[in-house]
Design a protein around this ligand. Structure first.
Ligand code: 13P
Ligand code: SF4
Length: 319
């Protein structure tokens, strides 16, 4: 705990010295989320992280999350220095959607509107007409379908299937998945429901359809935090990264949160959903990023200009 306090004090000093602001995702270590709050930064979902970063007066943003979040910040705020605790923190959705293959897929369907999830590289965003996050995917797809557009959806097939089912709109889909949410199993959650029969089940839509089907609330991280507060149930089974419990406990301090099991079922299941890339963010590498200017995000300018368009569309649409 002494080390932690030392790191926190050092980061607070460095943030002031470097005119920097800390922006953290809900899946990062609670210590980072706490520090972002204490220093006037923000803890948010991917949509709000993008908006918040671009509206800040500071000249440097430290983005604690995964690489696409740092790239998004740079695309929207090219004049700012964007630092990350580590540039190694990627995402299985980003890895599973390489630009050359994706571009060829889009070229093969020229009459389709291309909608990509924010969890993608700057190059994939630059190839898209729209970027969406899970908070706004349903509304954007409905809007495009109202305009009579045919839609390519990439890269998350589970989120895509959820959007398709909710809206009744058919989309041409890329075959990608989140390695964290894909591990949730309906059987394990149903077994847990026998132990906690009054519990509500909260599910992020990057989870498989069988898990989404048994949910009482489905939504982005910020939507799930609201559901945790608003649902009448005292017990909540949560199928998303466990970093979210920090904010859920703040939002509903008198409720009990139970991690949805990943893998097997019943007594043999594991219950420790945590993104390995989000876990790479720590107080120690935030200090290094600020002290050494290490792990700065750069995006090629021509690519940035193209990637900005679909991102800005999303921000304007959701304003
Ligand atoms: P949201 O915070 O937009 O729900 O996204 C979750 C996610 O996968 C971040 O990695
Ligand atoms: Fe990517 Fe899944 Fe990790 Fe989010 S939780 S960053 S979608 S691998």
């Amino acid at each position: 705990r002494e080390d932690i306090e030392r790191y926190k004090a050092r980061i607070k000093t460095l943030l002031k010295e470097k005119n920097a602001c800390l922006v953290a995702h809900y899946y990062t270590d609670p210590l980072i989320q706490e520090l972002a709050e204490e220093t006037g930064g923000c803890v948010a979902d991917s949509l709000e992280m993008a908006r918040f970063g671009s509206e800040r007066p500071e000249t440097t943003l430290v983005v604690a999350g995964v690489r696409f979040m740092g790239e998004t910040a740079k695309i929207l705020s090219p004049e700012k220095r964007i630092l990350m605790p580590t540039l190694e923190a990627t995402c299985s959705l980003d890895i599973g959607c390489p630009i050359d293959d994706f571009s060829a897929f889009c070229d093969a369907h020229p009459d389709y509107e291309v909608v990509v999830y924010a969890n993608t590289s700057a190059a994939v965003k630059a190839r898209a007409d729209w970027v969406v996050t899970s908070s706004i995917a349903l509304q954007v797809v409905e809007h495009l379908a109202d305009e009579g557009k045919k839609i390519i959806w990439a890269p998350d097939k589970h989120l895509g299937a959820y959007v398709q089912k909710q809206t009744g709109i058919d989309m041409l889909m890329w075959d990608g998945a989140c390695i964290v949410h894909e591990e949730f199993k309906a059987k394990g959650i149903q077994d847990l429901k026998r132990v906690y029969p009054d519990a509500a089940v909260l599910v992020h839509p990057e989870s498989p359809d069988s898990v989404v089907e048994i949910a009482d609330a489905v939504g982005s991280t910020s939507q799930l935090i609201k559901a945790a507060r608003d649902l009448p149930n005292r017990e909540l089974i949560v199928a998303t990264d466990r970093g979210i419990f920090y904010k859920m406990q703040q939002a509903a301090p008198d409720k009990m949160f139970i991690e949805a099991p990943t893998g097997g079922s019943g007594a043999t299941c594991r219950s420790c959903a945590h993104c390995p890339w989000m876990a790479m963010n720590g107080l120690d590498n935030i200090v290094q990023a600020l002290e050494e200017g290490r792990d700065e995000v750069f995006v090629d300018e021509a690519l940035r200009v193209r990637a900005r368009k679909p991102l800005q569309r999303m921000l304007d649409f959701s304003a």
